[in-house]
Structures are given as structure tokens and as C-alpha cells.
Ligand binder design. Structure first.
Ligand code: FES
Ligand SMILES: [Fe+2]
Length: 384
């Protein structure tokens, strides 16, 4: 009951509400509840298409405890399956590889096509008999996870119960429709990962807001000041911030990255940063975009996977490296505050905190999404 009241308090207007209570950041049981309601029931980001570039590439990944297999089939389509054999539940693929023929289970050699169809079952009907009437191959393909690619991200809905991706993501897709064009990953020098000792939600919350800019990112603030930023809130879907004065990185002789094609007037000066609930943080600028996928590793551990994209394949390598370095510096500057907030959640009398009614709108928007999803389940339990 107390839990319900605390969550209801989050749903109040921003000037009345408190933030989510400590347990939502520290408690194992709560983490597992949120795993289902906030990640498995939603469209979550798991990887980027650049991670699986070639036909036959098979990448095993454990996402929030679930063993998944990312696979590119002969038609170059990206498929996501459970990385689990339909016979006795053996893990099919242990490390990234390129599969030229079929995917063979190392245990009893059942084989699957790159589309996930079960194609052979040696000796299943006894020695020398590779079929049996009780084994219907058509019904025993790999278990597929609903997936969709947008902004180079592989989004998955593990529980298969979310609305169709295009319907769910309509507003975000519309908002950034100008960037719905080919984007080229910068390659090895344009990806990195950071390990942070905090709950994944704190990384979302910190990303949403620009309030911390003057103190946590003094360099960034020197050319992109607090007063040049605006809040973005789309309750139930995403929140974030934008800047009205994006300053493009430049190399010697004023060399710049080429801009994306046919951008509208707004993007000449603006850049935007959205946290798409639950776990994808995106940034768009006229000359490059990036994504950060948050991979929760427990209540107080998260991996941030960063990938940067450009409008053309060949860009200035040095400038590209400088851009990566610049973003890495900014994202590293955030580590001490997200980890500090995580430690703060051990403060037993902390009440979730008081939002600035003006500056913390995007964070409150995210908290409301969390609380309402958790309360929906609670209501369902009461009705049962
Ligand atoms: S568990 Fe895969 S073939 Fe037996
Ligand atoms: Fe920051």
C-alpha cells in the first residue's frame, strides 16, 4: 500500500510530486519487477545494426539476463531469436561468429536455418532415423523476438505484447523525420562503451535534463549555455532537451563534417537529445547523430554503448576521432553524478527528491512513465 502511495505521489503535478523512492534504484526484487514491466513489455534498444553487418553474422548477447541471438539472414534482414535450442534448451552460439551453413546445436546437433527454421534432427527417431512423427519441425523453429530497426538501433519487444513499433514510436519518428535517411557509422573509432555503477534509470534521468550543464560540463556550457536550451516532453514516450545554438566541430582550415541532406531550417542551428523510454538515448545534429543504448546489469550497474554516425561514409578521420573524444569526455563527466545519485539512494530517509518545476520537467516526465507502468500492474493484481 505504501508503495502505491509513493508511486501515486510521483504522478502529481511537478510542483507537488516527489521522485521515485530509493527502492526503485537499489532493490533486487524491484529490479526484477521493472525488468518485466519497463523493459520486456516495451520496445527496448539492444544493439545497433552496425554490430551485425554481414549475412550469416550471429551475435550472442545477454540482454537483462535473457540470452539472445542477433542474426543476419540471406536476405540481409536482421532477426532476433532466443539463443536457446528447442530440444533441451542448450545455448546455441557462445561467441560471435559468421555462420555459412546452418546453425548447429553443439549438444545433439539439431540444425536451424538463418531464418530460425528447424531443418534437421539427426537420430531423433532412433539411430539412423532423422525424423519422428512426434517431432513437427515446423513448430520447432527458434523462438523469435519481435524486432524493428529505427535510427540504426535494433529495438526489441521481448514479451511480444507492445503495440506495433511504428504506432508506438509515431511522435518521435515524426519529430526527427528529417533524419530518416541513410546514416553511416564512423567505424571502430566511433564506438565505445562505458561502465557506470548506477541504476539504468539514473542514466536516463541525467540525460534528459540540461540543468546540470554549467557545473558538470563547464566546457560544453561555454558554447552551449543553459539559457540556449529547451525542454522536450512527450508523456508516455520520451523526454529530453534541445539547444538553439549547436556549434559544429571544426578541424584545420575550418574543415567540417558534411551535413545530412534536405534538413529543414530548424536544424541549421538546433540539436536535440531524446531519452526514448526505456533505455535509448539519442542525439541529432545537422552533421552527425549518436545513440547510447543502456544495458542494465543489475540494480546498480549499467553499460552505456555509444555509436556515432555521419551523413557520408568517408569523413575526415582525425576530425571523427576528435568528435568521439569530445563526446566521450562529456559522457564521462556524467559518470560521477549518476554514481553519486546511486550512492545517495542508500540515504534511508531520502524521499525521492523535489523537482525544480521549471528545470526538471523531462525527468519528472520519465518518472511518471515509470510510476504509471508500475501502477498499471499493481491495479491489475488488485483486480485479479
Ligand atoms: S539441446 Fe540442442 S540438440 Fe539437444
Ligand atoms: Fe550531462
Amino acid at each position: 500500500m505504501m508503495i502505491k502511495q509513493e508511486l501515486k505521489s510521483v504522478l502529481k503535478g511537478i510542483d507537488q510530486s516527489n521522485g521515485l523512492p530509493n527502492r526503485n534504484y537499489t532493490d533486487n526484487i524491484q529490479y526484477n519487477i521493472e525488468k518485466k514491466l519497463l523493459i520486456f513489455d516495451q520496445w527496448a534498444g539492444v544493439a545497433v545494426s552496425e554490430d551485425i553487418p554481414n549475412v550469416g553474422d550471429a551475435i550472442p548477447i545477454t540482454f537483462v539476463g535473457v540470452p539472445l541471438l542477433l542474426l543476419r539472414n540471406e536476405k540481409r534482414e536482421l532477426k532476433v531469436f532466443l539463443n536457446v535450442c528447442r530440444h533441451r534448451g542448450m545455448i546455441l552460439i557462445n561467441k560471435p561468429k559468421n555462420v555459412s551453413g546452418a546453425i548447429r546445436c553443439p549438444y545433439h546437433s539439431w540444425c536451424y536455418s538463418k531464418n530460425g527454421n528447424l531443418i534437421s534432427t539427426p537420430h531423433v527417431g532412433g539411430p539412423g532415423k532423422n525424423i519422428h512423427k512426434g517431432i513437427n519441425k515446423e513448430k520447432l523453429g527458434l523462438l523469435e523476438i519481435k524486432s524493428h530497426i529505427w535510427q540504426n538501433i535494433i529495438w526489441i519487444n521481448i514479451n511480444g505484447n507492445a503495440p506495433a513499433f511504428e504506432n508506438y514510436m509515431t511522435d518521435a519518428m515524426k519529430r526527427w523525420s528529417d533524419f530518416n535517411q541513410e546514416q553511416f557509422h564512423g567505424g571502430e573509432d566511433s564506438k565505445f562503451q562505458l561502465k557506470v555503477k548506477c541504476n539504468w534509470k539514473l542514466a536516463v534521468e541525467n540525460y534528459c535534463e540540461s540543468y546540470h550543464l554549467p557545473w558538470v560540463h563547464p566546457d560544453l556550457n561555454s558554447y552551449s549555455r543553459l539559457q540556449d536550451h529547451y525542454n522536450i516532453e512527450n508523456p508516455g514516450y520520451y523526454s529530453g532537451q534541445g539547444t538553439l545554438l549547436y556549434k559544429q566541430i571544426k578541424g584545420p582550415k575550418n574543415v567540417k563534417f558534411p551535413n545530412f541532406k534536405n534538413l529543414s531550417e530548424k536544424w541549421k542551428k538546433s540539436a536535440e537529445y531524446l531519452a526514448i523510454y526505456p533505455n535509448v538515448l539519442l542525439g541529432v545534429h545537422k552533421d552527425h547523430t549518436y545513440s547510447i543504448i543502456l544495458i542494465p546489469k543489475g540494480p546498480n550497474k549499467t553499460i552505456e554503448k555509444v555509436d556515432i554516425y555521419y551523413s557520408k561514409k568517408i569523413t575526415d578521420t582525425n576530425l571523427r576521432k576528435r568528435n568521439t573524444k569530445q563526446w566521450k569526455k562529456v559522457f564521462k563527466e556524467d559518470i560521477s553524478v549518476v554514481e553519486g545519485m546511486q550512492k545517495g539512494r542508500k540515504g534511508i530517509h531520502f524521499d525521492g527528491g523535489k523537482f525544480s518545476p521549471v528545470m526538471d520537467g523531462p525527468t519528472h516526465c520519465f518518472h511518471k512513465w515509470v510510476a504509471s507502468n508500475l501502477l498499471t500492474e499493481e491495479n491489475n493484481l488488485h483486480e485479479k
